[in-house]
Ligand binder design. Structure first.
Ligand code: SD4
Length: 328
């Protein structure tokens, strides 16, 4: 390079560093790229996420614990008689028995879950008891029920709710098993939250797929599939056809993609893309993900339209229609 060209290049670089206008522009750019998240924040799936977030937010204010908040939040849904996919009022399996799956996790790696459990009104609290009172992560079936009894959880009568009985009787006419694509307000609740200090926690609870085979377990109680939380990165949860979510370790995949630098939205989109690539008959199958990173930035994405979620922050608790879905 000639001396003259070298000089021009150096002076331009120098002026770029010191020109007041340019510094302001750089500062603006930095501001734009800084994470635009909010803390504290609670996100949860579907319409019933709104009252669940409200219950979680109240708990967060009372106890200051994001773990307490995500437990209290979904306990609200577990009692919601209008919800046919969560709690003991949920639709039963083929044999007419309602079995529940739930998991809970905090950002330090603590986690607990229960699968295929009967007669327990609050499987999320049982999952928390597994996390806090046993050396294990997951208890299933009769063992989970026995643990619930030992922990003083009341056993509920094994009887379908009136709405579930009506639906089950209708289903028995054909006994056709076909996952339904997406019915709003009729699905699992997955909840992820972050407190003001960046501590994360998540919960997920469901009665699973209606008319599933007896013994079938979905993604919701499987750590890494229906739920994953890591304080170093963020959290993710899933809803939809569990088999497709388990296959790609959906929630873990999203957290790991965020660890590699993806935004929560990009990570959710990539997970859906992966899920679609591994799933036959995708037109009949809905699945969706929610994610939050440690800055409080959020993402949501689903296979098909219709996925909505609730977002609670200090400025309110709103239902958001995620028009964000896969386009082949
Ligand atoms: C499951 N993911 O058991 C849950 C339930 C669900 O649509 O979200 N159903 O597969």
């Amino acid at each position: 390079m000639s001396q003259r060209r070298k000089f021009i290049k150096q002076s331009l670089m120098g002026s770029a560093l010191f020109l007041p206008g340019l510094s302001a522009a750089c500062a603006q750019t930095n501001e734009k790229t800084a994470p635009a998240g909010e803390k504290p924040l609670i996100l949860s799936t579907w319409n019933h996420g709104v009252p669940a977030n409200a219950a979680g937010w109240t708990k967060l204010n009372e106890s200051g614990s994001i773990l307490d908040a995500v437990e209290a939040g979904v306990r609200d849904t577990e009692l919601d008689l209008t919800n046919l996919s969560v709690g003991l009022q949920g639709l039963p399996d083929r044999e007419g028995i309602t079995t529940l799956d739930a998991s809970i996790m905090t950002g330090d790696g603590s986690c607990g879950s229960v699968a295929f459990v009967r007669q327990v009104k609050h499987p999320i609290s049982l999952a928390r008891a597994v996390m806090e009172k046993t050396p294990h992560v997951m208890l299933a079936g009769e063992g989970a029920r026995q643990f619930a009894i030992a922990q003083g959880f009341p056993m509920e009568e094994e009887k379908l709710s009136p709405n579930a009985q009506i639906e089950y009787d209708k289903w028995k006419v054909t006994s056709e098993y076909k996952p339904i694509i997406n019915i709003e307000n009729h699905d699992t609740i997955g909840m992820i939250g972050i407190d003001a200090n960046g501590k994360l926690a998540g919960s997920c609870t469901t009665s699973g797929l209606a008319y599933k085979m007896h013994g079938r377990v979905g993604d919701s109680p499987i750590i890494g599939a229906g739920l994953y939380v890591d304080d170093e990165v963020g959290a993710a949860t899933a809803t939809g056809l569990g088999e497709t979510i388990i296959r790609i370790c959906g929630s873990f995949l999203i957290v790991e993609l965020m660890r590699q630098g993806r935004t929560p939205q990009e990570a959710c989109e990539e997970a859906v893309k992966r899920l679609v690539s591994k799933t036959k008959n995708i037109k009949d199958i809905q699945a969706g993900f929610l994610a939050v990173n440690k800055y409080g930035e959020t993402g949501a994405f689903a296979v098909h339209p219709g996925f909505n979620f609730a977002k609670a922050t200090a400025s309110g608790n709103v239902l958001i229609d995620s028009n964000s879905h896969f386009k082949p």
